[in-house]
Structure formats: C-alpha cells, structure tokens
Ligand binder design. Sequence first.
Ligand SMILES: Cc1cc2nc3c(=O)[nH]c(=O)nc-3n(C[C@H](O)[C@H](O)[C@H](O)COP(=O)(O)OP(=O)(O)OC[C@H]3O[C@@H](n4cnc5c(N)ncnc54)[C@H](O)[C@@H]3O)c2cc1C
Length: 336
Amino acid sequence: MIKQTDLKNYKDIWVFAEIDEITKQIRSVTLELLTAAKRLSGELNCKVGLVIIGQDNKKYFEEFAKYGAEIIYNIEDSSFTHYDTQNYAQILIALTKKYKPEAILYPSTYMGRDLAPRVASRLGCGLTADCTALSVKDGFLVQSRPAFGGNIMADIICPNTRPQMASVRPNILPKTQVNKIADLKIIEEHFKAVSSKVRLVKTQKDETSEILKLEEADIVIAIGRGVKDQKTFAFIKELASKLGAALGATRPVIESGLLAKNHQIGQSGVSIKPKIYISFGVSGALQHTIGMQNSDLIISVNKDNKAPIFNICQYGFVAEAQQIVPKILQAINKLK
Ligand SMILES: Cc1cc2nc3c(=O)[nH]c(=O)nc-3n(C[C@H](O)[C@H](O)[C@H](O)COP(=O)(O)OP(=O)(O)OC[C@H]3O[C@@H](n4cnc5c(N)ncnc54)[C@H](O)[C@@H]3O)c2cc1C
C-alpha cells in the first residue's frame, strides 16, 4: 500500500493504449482517453504519458501525439504481440513503480476490464470502472459514474493512494486532436515474458458480435418496450436492413427475449456514438441514455409527448410505432 506521504512523488497522467489485435488499428477509445488526459493534464499541471505494449508500435506514435501524448512508454517485443493478463499486468506494475504516474486511464473494453483490476489490486490502489465523466477538483481526479442502479451520479476520488485509476467505455468521451503537437519523448523499456497460465490458441474476429456492430455502426435503430408486437418488430428489422443500421434495444426488450443481451444499449449494455440513432418506443431512462446520448443525431418516436427521450433528441415524433414504421418503409421503398 502506498503511504499518503508519498503522494507528492506522483506526477503525470497516463493512458493505456489498446490496439485491435485483428485490424492492427488503434482502438478509438485510446484516442478518447488521450483527449481526456490532455484536458486533465492542463488542470493537474502535468504531462500526458501513454503506455503501449506490443509489436511494431512506432507506426502509431504520430497518431498518439495528435491526440495529446507527450511521453510514450514503449514496450516492444514479439512475446507481447497478443494480450496476456499476467504479462501486461507485470509490465504496468513495474512501470508504475518506476515512473510513479499520478493517474492511469484504461479503456473499459474486454482487455482493460481484465487488466486494470489486476494492476489495482497488486498496487493496492483504487479503480473506478466505467466512468462517464472525468474532471479535476482540489488536485484530485474526480471519477464520475452512475451508482445505486443509475439513480445518482457518484463523484469518486482517491485521496490516499496513487495512481488514481479509472476506466471509461468506448464512445463515452469525445476525441479531439490537439492544436499543437508536443515533441514526443519516447522511453523504451524492456521486459521478459513471465511464464503465463494463459496459452493463446487462436485469434479470430467474431463477425457475429452485435457488440462490435453496435459500437461501430453509423446508424443504430433502438427498440423500446413501446414496440410490443412482432409485426412492428419485423418492420423495424426490415428498416434496419434497408438503412444498413445495427439493431439496439433497451433492457426490458432484452429481458422480454425479443433480442439477445448483446443488443442492449446503456449502463449495463453497450455505449454507442453513431451518426444517427433512431428509437421507437424508448422512454429515455437515464440508464439507457447514458449509452447513446453522444450520438450525433437523435431521432425518436414515442406516443407520449412527455417522454424524457424528447428532451435529448433533435427530432421527435409523437406517434404510435406500429403506425409510423410501415409509413417510413413505404417512403424509403418509393425513393429506391
Ligand atoms: C442497474 C440498472 C441498470 C440498467 N441498465 C439499463 C441499460 O443498460 N439499458 C437500458 O435500456 N435500461 C437499463 N435499465 C432499465 C432502465 O431503468 C429503464 O427501465 C429502461 O431503459 C426502460 O426501457 P424502455 O424505454 O424500453 O421502457 P419504458 O420506460 O417502459 O418506456 C416505454 C416507452 O414506450 C412508449 N410507448 C408505448 N407504446 C408505444 C407505441 N405504441 N408507440 C410508441 N411509443 C410507445 C411509452 O410512452 C414509453 O415512453 C437499467 C436499470 C437498472 C436499475
């Protein structure tokens, strides 16, 4: 456990970089975290560091710098090409002990969710998972996230331990390039792979994964409890296919069995940021909107003109879903 008196020795805010193992592209959430780290570093008066573990990392550095990275801790070795909990954790723990970052931000992805708790537990520091906002108050990193079933927003600080650690889901925070790119400082570190309990047999992209489709889709159609009958559901599926949209849903719809769990948008589902989000029969409860409120354009259909979703949408239609969906389909068919 880190003693309170040591806190002043900790500086800089780090981002753990995630590269998609299949596409070899930087995962967008890494750039979202860098954008946040850059903003926070202004208030904490520190630098933005980024830790990347893998192979052929250098090709990503320019992009990291565009989003605010100032120091890159580069761990490059063929043994670390694929994510491995034990190896990645031992590296982060060693780097943290050596360079003492004030805060570390992780993507709340399968990788980040696996890695961050292990690092936190080994370092004896806190971790706030699935933050929806990050700010600074009195020199502390304020980690905001829904609590008590999403009924309140909790602001969490870590006054006694370092580093302050938080994870954020993809599509929650904005990503913005910096105006002035800093001169990058590269710190090469070398580690030996430890014998891991995990043996990687095969890596394969799950083409059927609705989570990926939802996270990456330009258009998402969301179905709420207001869509009750199979006929309207079938029309909405046809509409989604015509628009090339991914299908999402609220929790009650998932619980009714109409769609599988991996279609759920919201606090206990997926966060999305499509160009267009269209909802039918969704009330707009906080636990849902937390996962879609960053969509570029929100269009909502609800029969109740007081539905909360109308407070956040750009276009709202007070209508019965079962009446309006066939009409939209008809109009689209005419256009084609
Ligand atoms: C810990 C916790 C986590 C949760 N996580 C999530 C989550 O991840 N995602 C999520 O979505 N929810 C989540 N919930 C549930 C959330 O609180 C809401 O209950 C849920 O989002 C409501 O779903 P809904 O809008 O489909 O249903 P309702 O709130 O019942 O709304 C249905 C809407 O449909 C409208 N309607 C009815 N008939 C029609 C019609 N014919 N045409 C048009 N409109 C019609 C109604 O006016 C109403 O506004 C969570 C709750 C808790 C406690």
